[in-house]
Design a protein around this ligand. Structure first.
Ligand code: SF4
Length: 406
């Protein structure tokens, strides 16, 4: 496997012995010895302590690919039920490729980062059209598929075909940054960390090695309280030996997330239906359905914002009524507060001006559409309100019947 050059700016901060493989002095032997020891102790630990995860029982590249995509930015315990459900609905790449995008998004609903689902769907169509339904086994071809970067490709090819490709996901970055006591945030030393990951990879057992290092990061070398006393890499870990494991990896200084105040309308018509719209394919939450609305401008009331947005985006007039719920939600780059109001349709034909589609649906029909997480809370609030109204009607009816009996 080709080795990438090391970024020398960061070398002073790392374990020099690990970087001297190509030389022939005593440190080479130490480096080779350290690397062999790290591989051996990690794989022994994995055989005893590795997690029993559903995708590890499979060598099917499709199932492994699905798991790798779901695990991007999402924890294992969240992924497991989604993984099983996905394979129940789309057991093969063929069935995924021919599915409607709305079905794909509905099965993904709640897992977040919906571009992953859209890319999986598109990539399945590419696998069908270009590879006759057989997942490619070459790195360059895999990395051409939508939604697959270098670490995901390495994860799939090592797990499915036992090919010696390194990985560098968030867990691995943290473990390696501590192993060498990296003195910069990992994302500023990516060439070096890739080099390290490739050097350490056991080319005889790449499948197990990659799974093992991911498990080490997820269960032992955890973000806040690494369990160094039980870690198989403790002996060679520079962060542990310097007592700085809880201060690493260094983090980027991040500006606070910008906040947007949003007015949202639950628009009812005379038939008791609600108006929803489907977001444009491009951009955040593309292809998902939502309750319409938009950003509150400076000096604008929530009610005025909702009326203006609905006029601009759907071309209809409404009246704004009581508040239903306020929902706070954080995305990766900003936070929103959704101020959701019941509204009444007044006039005009709803048009998809700023979206791909609009529809009138009943409360019961909302469950058939894929919605973003924050909108699912709105649906729950609507159902809760409906249950309370039904309970009130029941009590009233019971009261009347008691009155009649007496
Ligand atoms: S010794 Fe501690 S800091 Fe070092 S790799 Fe192990 S768990 Fe992480």
């Amino acid at each position: 496997m080709p080795r990438k050059p090391v970024d020398d700016r960061h070398v002073t901060a790392v374990n020099q012995s690990l970087l001297s493989l190509d030389r022939t002095d005593d440190r080479d032997r130490l480096s080779a010895f350290v690397i062999a020891s790290l591989r051996h102790t990690l794989l022994s630990w994995y055989r005893q302590c590795g997690r029993d995860l559903p995708w590890r029982q499979s060598h099917d590249p499709y199932a492994i690919w699905v798991s790798e995509i779901m695990l991007q930015q999402t924890q294992v315990k969240t992924v497991i039920p989604y993984y099983h459900r996905w394979l129940d609905v789309f057991p093969t790449v063929q069935l995924l490729a021919i599915a409607e995008q709305q079905t794909v998004l509905k099965v993904w609903e709640g897992l977040g980062y919906y571009a992953r689902a859209r890319n999986l769907h598109r990539a399945a169509q590419v696998v069908m059209s270009q590879y006759e339904g057989t997942f490619p086994d070459r790195l360059a071809a895999v990395m051409q598929l939508p939604g697959i970067g270098r670490t995901t490709a390495g994860g799939i090819l090592s797990a499915a075909f036992n090919q010696p490709w390194a990985i560098l996901d968030g867990n691995v970055k943290r473990v390696l940054a501590r192993l060498v006591a990296l003195q910069v945030p990992p994302n500023r030393a990516l060439p070096y960390l890739w080099h390290l990951s490739e050097m350490l990879l056991d080319e005889q057992q790449p499948r197990d090695f990659n799974q093992a290092i991911m498990d080490l990061g997820a269960t032992v070398c955890t973000p806040h309280q690494p369990l160094c006393p039980v870690c198989p890499w403790q002996e060679h870990c520079q962060a542990y030996n310097q007592g700085i494991q809880t201060t690493l990896p260094m983090s980027e200084t991040r500006a606070p997330l910008p906040h947007k105040m949003i007015g949202v309308a639950v628009i009812w018509n005379n038939q008791g239906q609600i108006l929803i719209d489907r977001r444009r394919q491009e951009g955040l939450l593309g292809g998902l359905w939502e309750f319409p609305g938009g950003k509150v401008e400076a000096d604008e009331t929530i009610a005025a914002c909702i009326q203006r947005e609905i006029r601009e985006e759907l071309g209809i007039e409404i009246t704004v009524g009581d508040r239903l719920i306020v929902v706070d939600h954080a995305y990766s780059h900003f936070r929103v507060t959704l101020n959701v109001h019941h509204c009444c349709y007044v006039s005009g034909e709803p048009q998809a001006i700023e979206c791909d589609e609009v529809r009138w649906v009943t409360l019961a029909e909302l469950d058939q559409f894929p919605f973003p997480k924050a909108n699912v809370q709105i649906i729950e609030a609507l159902k809760q309100e409906e249950r309370q109204k039904a309970g009130g009607r029941r009590q009233k009816a019971e009261g009347k019947s008691k009155h009649a009996d007496s």
